[in-house]
Design a protein around this ligand. Sequence first.
Ligand SMILES: *[C@@H]1O[C@H](CO)[C@@H](O)[C@H](O)[C@H]1NC(C)=O
Ligand SMILES: *[C@@H]1O[C@H](CO)[C@@H](O)[C@H](O)[C@H]1NC(C)=O
Ligand SMILES: *[C@@H]1O[C@H](CO)[C@@H](O)[C@H](O)[C@H]1NC(C)=O
Length: 185
Amino acid sequence: MTATKLILALLLFLLISSSIANSKKIRGRKPCKRLVLYFHDIIYNGKNAKNATSAIVGSPAWGNRTNLAVPNRFGDMVIFDDPITLDNNFRSTPIGRAQGFYLYDKKEILTAWFGFSFVFNSTQLKGTINFAGADDIMKTTRDLSVIGGTGDFFMTRGMATLMTDAYEDDRYFRLRVDVKLYECY
Ligand SMILES: *[C@@H]1O[C@H](CO)[C@@H](O)[C@H](O)[C@H]1NC(C)=O
Ligand SMILES: *[C@@H]1O[C@H](CO)[C@@H](O)[C@H](O)[C@H]1NC(C)=O
Ligand SMILES: *[C@@H]1O[C@H](CO)[C@@H](O)[C@H](O)[C@H]1NC(C)=O
């Protein structure tokens, strides 16, 4: 091996090892802001128009908009405007609203795709956090992307870990959302 080749090989090695070190550093980074919140979803089922916070707006041709579709709700799309609370009590004073949609996107198992915002409009918190991603509902924890924000969350990005905190029939669920932001301005 000539000396030039040896130097080139060494440079390549240094380049690769430094990029590995960099990606590890990013993965180990601590969030610059963290919020743990809950939101509550009451699906319209034909009888609870007064209390419902979400509604099936689209269903496959074999279903309808009062009952979730069989199998695995596949093809249903739901729009929601759910209260966000600091603890897991539905009756706690809401600090904002979770607004957006989810759709069920797999026939074989229960999975969903979420696109929504946390909307805050109080003296303590103003602005939005925007979420998007796949929700593998049967898993204990699932990660959604935090794709942006406004106001107090201007230009933010990060990760939100969802956990189903309660689930009652096909009528109510409560999600615990652990929002970890890695970009704060
Ligand atoms: C609405 O919610 C209240 C409080 O949880 C409950 O007592 C009532 O039965 C609900 N009404 C309907 C129509 O579901
Ligand atoms: C919707 O479908 C369910 C069964 O999947 C049925 O029991 C119910 O009556 C239907 N509702 C309407 C309004 O068609
Ligand atoms: C936010 O709060 C302000 C002050 O209470 C109110 O004027 C405004 O309409 C609210 N905006 C929304 C979108 O609810």
